[in-house]
Each structure stands twice: as C-alpha cells, then as structure tokens.
Ligand binder design. Structure first.
Ligand SMILES: NC(=O)c1ccc[n+]([C@@H]2O[C@H](COP(=O)([O-])OP(=O)(O)OC[C@H]3O[C@@H](n4cnc5c(N)ncnc54)[C@H](O)[C@@H]3O)[C@@H](O)[C@H]2O)c1
Length: 347
C-alpha cells in the first residue's frame, strides 16, 4: 500500500482525491493546505486521517511514501523541491514551474534523489492521444507535415465554472504577480504537450500573447489582471513539419475543448476530446482520394494517477516525467520571449 499526502486542497485536489481513491494500492493518509478550514473540510470529505497547514511539518511527521503537489503554479518549484529533498516520490501539477530554470532544477533534483517523478499533463489520460503517438511512430501517416491544434475555454465570458470576478482560484490565474503565465501556462502547457507528444519535438516558435481589458483599472483587489488570455503560436517541429497551436479563455460556446489535427504525406489523424477521449479519426489509404475518415476505437490507457502509483510499485518511471515537464517549460519560455521580442525563437 502506497501512503500518499496531498498538498494544496483546492479545486484540482478534489479531482486527484477522487482518482486516487479508485486505485487499490494507494491510501491518502495526509493533506496539507495553508488554509486550515480548507484542509479540514477536504480531509473530512475524503476520510483523510491527518491534516497539516505547514509543509515541513507534514513531510517530517506524516508517514508517507509519496506526495502530490496541487498548489497554485507559483508554489510548484519551492514545494516540489522540499518534497524531493525529503525523499518522497512526487506527482506535481502542471505547469511544472513558472520558468525553465526552476523546472530544470526540479527535474535534476528528482533524478539525483532517485524518486519517481511525474507531471500531471492529464490529457495524456486520453487513449486517443496514446494511439496517435503510436500511429505516427509506426509511420502510418507518413512524414508529418502540418499540424493544427487548439485548446478553447470560456470562463472569462461565461459563468460555467463560477464567476471569475470573485473566485480566487480564477483570479490567481489572471495575475502575473501571483505566478501565473496566463492561458499559456495554464492550459497552453497542456495543448503543447498534447500536440508535440505525437507530432514530434518543437524546434522554434513565433508567438503572440494578448491580455484583454476586463475590469476597472484591470485590477480586482490584490490581483492585477495582467496575465495573457489568448495565445497564438506558429511552430516548426524538429522533423520539418509546421503548425499552429492556439488557446484562449474567451472562446464563448466552448467550455473545455481540445482539438488536434496532424497531416502527413500518407494520411492524417484528428482528435476532438469533446467527442471522445478514446476515439480518433484517420484518413489514409484508399480513403485519401475520397477525403473519408474512419473512426478508430483506441481502448483504454492508464491515467496519470495509475501510472504514478505503478511507477512507484515497479520502480520504472513512466511518462510524462519532470524532464518532459521541463522540456515543455522551455517552450513556454520561448513563447514569452518570442512575444516580447516579436521574433521567431529557437527552443
Ligand atoms: N492537470 C489539470 O488538468 C489541472 C486542472 C486544474 C488545475 N490544475 C493545476 O492544479 C494546481 C491547483 O489548481 P486549483 O485549481 O486546484 O487551484 P485552487 O486555487 O483551487 O487551489 C489551490 C490550493 O492550494 C492552497 N495553497 C496555496 N499555496 C499553498 C502553499 N504554499 N502550501 C499549501 N497549500 C497552498 C490554497 O489555499 C488552495 O486551497 C495549479 O497548478 C493548476 O494549474 C491542473
């Protein structure tokens, strides 16, 4: 039985607790949040015996093998480095850090300490993306040439997930000084991983970021609303393909939609997670001349939580690990540099 601690008991920690509770080899034995009321409520809801408001205290006193770091982005590096130093296996929420220097430090520290380390690029839980990776690896759509990917959310124009004007979980995501890299760091990170996992490593980026006016003086309480809301990235891949990746929080009518199309010289694949997590469409062979698509049932794939626990049990670190998290962070840094300098930036 793996004994797990969770740090940061806000919105995403609920999804994590529900997922970990379904795995038979894991028991959540401790939880920590700087807000005592929050951690107590969370512990009550998931029957977690021990609560803490101090990370050092939890790492010292709780008998745990592994920790999940579900704090806001700004705290990922500092909290993760403490967890690694204590010798516990670690799952860290995305983005791994707020910059490549910190992300690399975390990946190096985890490697040096020999702990299992994974970053929660949760859309890897889609068996369609795993299948897409396999199809492209086998050369079934030939040479990858053109890629088109998007991640669309609408929580700035809708109240589908609550009112962002009043909820801290949304406000910190809008504020650079609270450690947010805007939509780029929040969900751009997902679509960059989702795209480059099957399509190949990204060589260079040309990125435009935009922050729209949305409140008086673009400020609400302690939150300066200065983090980007929309990102458009032209990319070139190491394999020679080119593509666009774009993401926004202003996509009215789309709550949480990831779409990916990859075109090769022998075929094409497309995925729309709104339609299905476990199906992709492919156009290849004799269907090319008719522009007809065939749906492939991609079956099941272990989710990140299962992969993390299996990695601890087997000692074999599954993907996506911290090194992958750092690789994606380097792309985010390149996007910011590209936007600031208005240049194409090599990753
Ligand atoms: N993988 C995914 O699909 C996914 C989805 C949503 C959120 N996330 C990530 O999960 C993380 C948390 O997001 P959220 O939506 O749950 O945010 P949230 O604001 O709802 O919750 C964060 C919690 O962390 C606590 N906290 C803040 N600083 C802390 C510290 N130093 N030590 C301990 N606790 C601290 C807060 O009190 C709060 O309860 C973020 O990094 C976010 O990007 C990932």
């Amino acid at each position: 039985m793996i004994k797990l601690g969770i740090i940061g008991t806000g919105g995403m920690a609920n999804a994590q607790a529900q997922n970990f509770s379904k795995i038979k080899n894991v028991e959540i034995v401790a939880a920590c949040d700087i807000v005592d009321e929050k951690v107590k409520d969370f512990a009550k809801q998931y029957n977690i015996p021990k609560t803490f408001t101090d990370i050092d205290d939890m790492l010292k006193k709780a008998e745990i093998d592994a920790v999940s770091n579900v704090t806001p982005d700004a705290f990922h590096a500092a909290v993760s480095l403490k967890i690694i130093e204590s010798g516990k296996h670690i799952l860290c929420e995305k983005p791994l850090a707020t910059n490549y220097t910190d992300a690399k430090k975390m990946a190096d520290a985890a490697k040096a300490k020999g702990v299992i380390n994974m970053v929660n690029f949760s859309y890897r839980n889609s068996s369609a993306i795993q299948k897409a990776h396999e199809i492209i690896e086998k050369g079934e759509i030939g040479r990858v040439m053109h890629v088109d990917a998007s991640y669309l959310q609408s929580w700035l124009s809708s109240k589908g997930w609550g009112d962002w004007h009043t909820r801290t979980a949304w406000l910190w995501r809008l504020s650079k000084s609270h450690g947010s890299l805007g939509v780029l760091g929040d969900v751009g990170v997902h679509i960059i991983d989702f795209t480059s996992f099957p399509a190949g490593k990204i060589k260079s980026v040309n990125c435009k970021l935009k922050t729209f006016h949305k409140a008086e003086n673009d400020k609400i309480g302690e939150y300066n609303l200065d983090a980007n809301d929309s990102a458009i990235i032209s990319v070139e891949f190491q394999n020679g393909a080119i593509g666009t990746i774009h993401t926004t929080r202003w996509a009215t009518g789309y709550q949480n939609t990831l779409e990916l199309r990859i075109f090769g010289d022998k075929g094409a694949i497309k995925i729309n997670l709104d339609k299905a997590y476990d199906k992709l469409e492919i156009c290849c062979g004799e269907n090319i001349d008719k522009s007809q698509w065939k749906t492939i049932d991609c079956g099941k794939t272990p989710n990140i939580y299962e992969r993390f626990i299996n990695s601890i049990l087997t000692g074999q670190n599954d993907q996506p690990d911290f090194a992958r998290g750092a690789e994606i962070q380097k792309i985010l840094d390149a996007c910011v540099e590209s936007d600031e300098t208005k240049n194409i930036v090599e990753v």
